[in-house]
Design a protein around this ligand. Structure first.
Ligand code: ZN
Ligand code: ZN
Length: 592
């Protein structure tokens, strides 16, 4: 988990790879070439064969774009990677923030008029290229080409070998045939002949399948076409599916048949410009109509079977977390723990929990000032000792057969300071406010985001990230469109799963975040004649009592914490070792 991908360019390897790329750019007659972090499926987690940006530049963050010109080069990364990019890439790549200068604006300043800007049309979305084309105006021409990085990356790893398995009905809760009929009717009603599906998580949801071989995500890499008849054209490696036997309503072909099949479609064909490769719109031309991937909304609203699976996965995951917390308490006070050794131990406890497929993202294990870096990823270079008097933040999760977890706890090592306790308590109050929220249906994440911030705002404090993201059910740990954030425009609907993760960060000193997952439920009451919604908590892991400043809490907050802790105890104690059970009994006592 901590080995970065072995072909990542070191600061010394970056410049010769850049020179080799410029040679093939000159041969191909382009003046610039775009190297995105994304693969053709636009996922957060990519296979080693698709780590082109890391191979070329050394940058290993989850989002970024390098723009290579013949005599200059830039790498665009957002604010959270500002420090990391400086450490990882050679000076030949100027690190830039797209919030300060967009790639389009930078290109117009750095290429000659009518320059040709090459890009791989499978790796960029329809919306991405449309936006860039507008930004460069008539100054430059966007020019689809073969991937030029692949031409020089001679020892590129092979694509992942994946095993596909059926995600059974007791976990999916709805037969694939029923999902396909439902969505096909929606297409027919919209007068559309077919929809293009290019997100593996959508295809896995639709066909009730899961796979392995991609880090942290149990998806199967594939493209698909859903016809308005309910038939599906599936484009992947056929041998992955052989053992499942044929399905009369699924036409299976190799991935290279996808472009040709799109070419044969009669319009109108629904294309989601946010995720579909540019190449799809190039093939369809005026037969394409833009619309959301039809799987996204039904996938986001989990049914009872999916919620039940998530609850079960969270109990095993909670037990693994408690084993870890009990162990950590003993080991950390003795000294000798580091961020890496703690994260490795946690992963071991999760493996023992049962039915673990993989972790759901790279564990964030940060002590002291490292925890103030929101997306901190420990490496051999940054690993530090966990010292008494500091806070330790651990944000981690698992992919289990029946569900996906994502949980953050912040722990005191030795005696916490008054500031630690004050800030921790305010963050916890924010988490409680969301957990207790009641709101009419039709309201979106942006309408409740401030509830989590209010306890910090009262003290003139805030945090610089959203309060919550959507989470898949045995799918991606980050899933849209639901989110709790000032930018969360999607109405919250029953069955949607979200994280609730307020935080507080003091750069150079400490970081605090607490995170539970929640599922949106109807609470059986109405509000302004609309159904009223509330949250059910999925995560059961105790908070660190040493960090709770009880005099800051209102009576309802004390009641909530005590009730939560007694529920944690009740749900988990039967799943624990004797020593962890004794630890949990003490950790979940009433605040008194
Ligand atoms: Zn998390
Ligand atoms: Zn999260």
């Amino acid at each position: 988990m901590f080995q970065s991908f072995d072909a990542t360019a070191s600061p010394e390897q970056g410049p010769p790879r850049l020179a080799a790329l410029r040679d093939v750019m000159a041969e191909a007659g382009v003046d610039a070439f775009l190297v995105p972090r994304a693969d053709r499926f636009q996922g957060e987690f990519v296979a080693p064969a698709d780590e082109r940006l890391a191979w070329l530049t050394g940058f290993t963050g989850s989002a970024g774009l390098a723009v290579i010109c013949l005599d200059t080069a830039a790498i665009f990364v957002d604010g959270r990677y500002r420090l990391q990019v400086r450490d990882q890439v050679a000076e030949d790549f100027a690190p830039l923030d797209p919030a300060e200068i967009t790639p389009g604006a930078w290109l117009t300043e750095n290429v000659a008029r009518r320059a040709k800007v090459g890009f791989d049309p499978w790796l960029h979305t329809v919306d991405g290229i449309t936006k860039l084309t507008k930004a460069v105006g008539d100054h430059a021409v966007l020019h689809p080409t073969h991937n030029l990085v692949d031409r020089i990356w001679t020892d590129r790893p092979a694509p992942p070998v994946q095993t596909v398995r059926v995600h059974p009905l007791e976990l999916s809760g709805e037969k694939s045939s029923s999902k396909r009929e439902r969505l096909a009717r929606e297409l027919k009603d919209a007068g559309q002949r077919a929809a293009i599906l290019t997100l593996p998580e959508s295809i896995c949801w639709l066909l009730n399948i899961r796979g392995d071989g991609i880090p942290c995500s149990p998806v199967v890499q594939a493209f698909a076409i859903l016809h308005d008849t309910g038939r599906v054209g599936l484009f992947s490696s056929p041998e992955k599916f052989e053992h499942l036997g044929p399905d009369p309503n699924i036409d299976l072909e190799g991935e290279d048949g996808f472009g040709r099949a799109v070419g044969r479609l009669e319009g109108p064909v629904r294309v989601d410009g946010q995720s579909a490769p540019w190449r799809v719109s190039e093939i369809l031309q005026d037969r394409a109509v833009s619309g959301d991937d039809p799987c996204i909304m039904p996938k986001a609203c989990k049914n009872d079977a999916e919620i039940k699976g998530m609850r079960n996965a969270h109990l095993r995951d909670g037990a693994a977390m408690v084993e870890f917390l009990a162990w950590f308490d003993k080991e950390a006070s003795a000294g000798g723990l580091t961020e890496i050794s703690a994260a490795r131990a946690l992963e071991e406890f999760r493996t023992q929990a049962g039915d673990l497929l993989d972790i759901s993202f790279d564990t964030i294990s940060g002590s002291g000032p490292n925890a103030a870096i929101v997306h901190y990823r420990v490496s051999e270079q940054t690993d530090r000792k966990i010292r008494p008097g500091e806070l330790y933040l651990v944000d981690s999760g698992g992919q289990y057969i029946d569900g996906t977890t994502d949980v953050t706890r912040t722990l005191a090592v030795g005696e916490p300071s008054d500031v630690h306790r004050d800030r921790y308590t305010r963050v916890l109050q924010g988490l409680i406010a969301i957990s207790l929220a009641r709101f009419p249906s039709g309201r979106a994440g942006r309408d409740i985001d401030a509830l989590a911030r209010a306890p910090l705002w009262r003290k003139g404090l805030d945090y610089d990230h959203g309060t919550g993201h959507g989470v898949g059910a045995c799918l991606n740990v980050h899933e849209g469109p639901q989110r709790i954030s000032p930018a969360g425009m999607t109405s919250l609907k029953p069955g949607m799963i979200l994280s609730n993760e307020p935080g507080y960060y003091r750069p150079g000193e400490f970081g605090i975040r607490i995170e539970n997952l929640l599922v949106v439920r109807e609470d059986g009451k109405t509000l302004n004649e609309r159904d009223r919604l509330c949250f059910e908590t999925l995560t059961y892991v105790p908070f660190d009592r040493r960090l709770i400043e009880t005099r800051l809490l209102g009576p309802w907050e004390r009641t909530w914490i005590d009730a939560y802790h007694s529920e944690v105890n009740e749900k988990l104690s039967g799943l624990l070792s004797a020593s962890a059970k004794a630890w949990l009994d003490a950790a979940t006592k009433s605040l008194g």
